[in-house]
Design a binder for this molecule. Structure first.
Ligand SMILES: Cc1cc2nc3c(=O)[nH]c(=O)nc-3n(C[C@H](O)[C@H](O)[C@H](O)COP(=O)(O)O)c2cc1C
Length: 256
């Protein structure tokens, strides 16, 4: 198993940092090959800017919409992005670990997706029938992804009637809109709640749940998101009326 661990936390001595160390140790002990992108330690450039659009290298006028999309094809991507592509191509499993910040991922990780998941690498693949391969198929199909998350909120508040909403809803932009969109199979996330005050016993329980999830990485069932091209959606990519009848919202994109 080739596992790439993407870590987005500024402080290695944090709870997140300890869990990352625990995770890497566990994977190595079970014989996995492991590589890491520690985004803060790498001083990852989080914002797409003019350099990414090749402006520095060219005096040619850029036409909006034809820039970053084509950079992969024309080989103009920066070295830092190409290094991440090489790691992703190598990996069969990718862990994304971060603290929940304002209901989402830290900006540095969002910027990693903005800069790394470019057309031609992560999306934009055409099928032989002319349809676009996405949501369950595409450039990164065959790889597994899992989110490991710490959240300050207590467990009861992240749930069907909890004030924070359900974890699957909070993570929908990442798990469905990004990872599944690019074709990756997404395993259920591991969420460590109440993460701002953790006793030694609670830490050990969190570490054990992480170890358990890592031991079964290759056998866990992914979240059953519906495939775009599997017949559940019409030509306008709207879920067919007979599926999840009368229901709407994020949950309808789960089969069963
Ligand atoms: C900028 C910021 C935003 C946060 N937003 C949330 C949030 O939306 N929901 C939540 O449950 N916790 C939130 N928290 C709490 C963090 O999730 C929590 O401090 C972290 O997961 C604890 O792990 P750590 O010690 O490794 O940082 C936020 C913390 C910060 C600093």
């Amino acid at each position: 198993m080739n596992v790439l661990w993407i870590f987005a936390h500024p402080e290695p001595r944090s709870l997140g940092g300890s869990l990352r160390d625990e995770g890497l140790r566990t994977l190595r002990a079970q014989g996995a090959d492991v590589r890491e992108s520690d985004l803060y330690a790498m001083k990852w450039k989080a914002v797409v800017d003019a350099d990414d659009f090749g402006r520095a290298a060219s005096t040619e006028r850029l036409i909006v919409g034809s820039t970053s999309k084509d950079a992969f094809r024309t080989g103009e991507l920066g070295e830092d992005i190409r290094a991440e592509h090489e790691k992703l191509a190598w990996a069969d499993t990718v862990i994304f670990q971060f603290p929940l910040w304002w209901y989402g991922m830290p900006a540095i990780l969002k910027g990693w997706f903005d800069r790394v998941f470019v057309k031609g690498f992560a999306y934009g693949v055409q099928r032989p029938d002319g349809r676009t391969a996405r949501y369950g198929e595409g450039a990164l199909a065959g790889k597994r992804a899992m989110v490991v998350l710490t959240a300050g909120a207590p467990e009861a508040t992240i749930g069907p009637r909890g004030v924070n909403g359900e974890i699957g809803d909070l993570l929908f932009p990442l798990q469905h809109g990004t990872l599944w969109y690019a074709g990756m199979s997404v395993l259920p996330p591991l969420t460590i709640c109440g993460a701002d005050r953790v006793s030694p016993e609670q830490y050990e329980a969190a570490a054990e749940s992480l170890r358990e999830r890592l031991r079964t990485l290759s056998t866990q069932d992914p979240i059953p998101f519906r495939r775009q091209n599997g017949g559940d959606y019409d030509d306008a990519l709207v879920l067919r009326d007979e599926l999840a009848p009368g229901r709407s919202g994020i949950g309808v994109h789960l089969a069963g």
